[in-house]
Design a protein around this ligand. Structure first.
Ligand code: CTP
Length: 415
């Protein structure tokens, strides 16, 4: 496995750990930050201490933990004003409803809120709370206020919560917070893979799910997180390519330095892809909805005693097939993904022929594999040359290896 790139080399992160179940993920965040060359100065709130110990935080950070506003020893060592400014970025993870509320209102009644008020640096918050708390009008107001004050947000994600409910409010994964940090302050755009294997090439990548409206407030979606497609965009950029990332609605950040176009539906995605061709490489990593609702309501569909609405579906355009059959503007290398829950390789071989692409990256997305929405992937590369299966790897590593494969295939003339 290749070493992690030091994309945050020399960056100083002040990490405020609030009180929530997700606080344990902050330990992993510290590890990943340091792996990337950042130094971490941790602050633990009183509630945070209920979930993780100062000792484990300090051991992972390799630095002492700041806890008290009125600690004489800490003030003598480094006052809170200085602490809040001697950082390149302040990260709050998990950012609880209480921390958001206090920051939005400029309160300064403990060390964390005082640091947030005293800082002149960018602040990034990774919220984590019960979904009712996240959706409460008070929290919505606070988030809007913080956004208009320039605070950046990573997440929250949708998912099953510690309390058993399902919905938005879960803290995003540490790797997604890292992405957001890199976007905010990273120097990763400057890091090129040795030899910049895709220098001078243009690559168009689709990523994430599409949302197909049922009415103005409801839609049909799928579980794609966009992690794999976004990771490919980032790896391709580091390999020297000009990258256009066309993303469906996702909760992860745009990769730093990559031109990212946001779309919602399959039809919008197709239009955006068309507008950005020609390119040398096309990668269809998006989980495009196969159908859209033909009779979507122009107004919100109301409940009726005669039962639920009867939705009629029509098939969406196949973006990958469209690109692969684009005649003169067909990219030299067209890569599709195959998300399957059974017969993975056989179905991928069928897609390779049917969609006329050069390579299919096939993965098993059955629930027990945890690929959709997860941070790892185990893929099979299916092409006219045969099948190559890779071990289970981080999606970032899959992306880096894929980029090398793309460069090799282009060298050999695409197909
Ligand atoms: N794809 C696309 N446009 C669609 C559907 C799929 O571009 N309307 C692309 C995806 O981006 C992916 C590949 O086709 O690269 C395979 O997607 P997948 O959902 O696995 O296959 P389907 O075409 O939906 O085929 P099936 O329903 O038989 O699984």
């Amino acid at each position: 496995m290749s070493a992690i790139e030091r994309s945050l080399d020399g960056k100083r992160i002040l990490l405020i750990i609030g009180g929530g179940i997700a606080a344990y993920k902050s330990l992993d965040l510290i590890r990943r930050l340091r792996e990337r060359g950042a130094s971490v100065r941790p602050v633990l709130t009183a509630a945070g201490k209920q979930f993780v110990t100062a000792l484990s935080v300090a051991s992972l950070a390799g630095a002492s933990v700041h806890e008290d506003l009125f600690s004489l020893t800490e003030e003598a060592d480094m006052g809170h004003i200085e602490l809040s400014r001697a950082a390149d970025l302040i990260v709050v993870a998990p950012a609880t409803a209480d921390l958001l509320a206090r920051a939005a209102n400029g309160l300064a009644n403990d060390l964390a809120s005082t640091l947030l008020l005293a800082t002149d640096k960018k602040v990034l918050m990774a919220p984590a709370m019960n979904l009712r708390m996240w959706l409460h009008p008070a929290t919505c107001r606070n988030v809007m206020q913080l956004q208009s004050d320039g605070v950046l947000f990573a997440g929250p994600a949708d998912g099953e919560m510690a309390c058993g409910e399902f919905g938005p409010g879960r803290m995003v994964e540490p790797i997604d917070i890292i992405e957001a940090i890199e976007s905010a302050i990273g120097s990763d755009t400057a890091i090129l893979l040795p030899g910049a294997p895709l220098a001078g090439r243009k690559i168009v990548i689709t990523s994430g799910p599409t949302h197909e409206p049922i009415d103005p407030v409801r839609y049909i979606a799928n579980r794609s997180s966009g992690r794999q497609g976004h990771a490919i965009a980032k790896a391709a950029m580091r390999a020297g390519a000009k990258v256009v990332l066309i993303s469906g609605p996702v909760s992860i950040s745009d990769p730093a330095g990559v031109e990212t176009i946001h779309v919602e539906t399959a039809q919008e995605m197709l239009e955006a892809v068309r507008a950005h061709l020609p390119a040398d490489i096309y990668v269809g990593a998006a989980a495009v909805a196969d159908w859209r609702v033909e009779n979507a309501g122009e107004q919100k569909i109301k409940k009726s005693p005669s039962g639920g609405p009867l939705l009629q579906f029509s098939e969406n355009p196949d973006i990958l097939a469209h690109v692969a059959k684009a005649g003169k503007s067909r990219p030299a290398l067209v890569v599709g993904f195959a998300a399957e829950t059974q017969n993975v390789i056989a179905y991928a071989q069928d897609k390779l022929g049917r969609k006329k692409c050069d390579l299919i990256v096939a993965n098993d997305v059955s629930a027990e594999m945890g690929v959709m929405g997860g941070t790892q992937n185990s893929v099979h590369l299916v092409s006219a040359l045969g099948v190559e299966s890779w071990d289970r790897l981080d999606k970032e590593e899959v992306a880096r290896r894929l980029v090398t494969v793309f460069a090799d295939l282009l060298e050999k003339g695409g197909r």
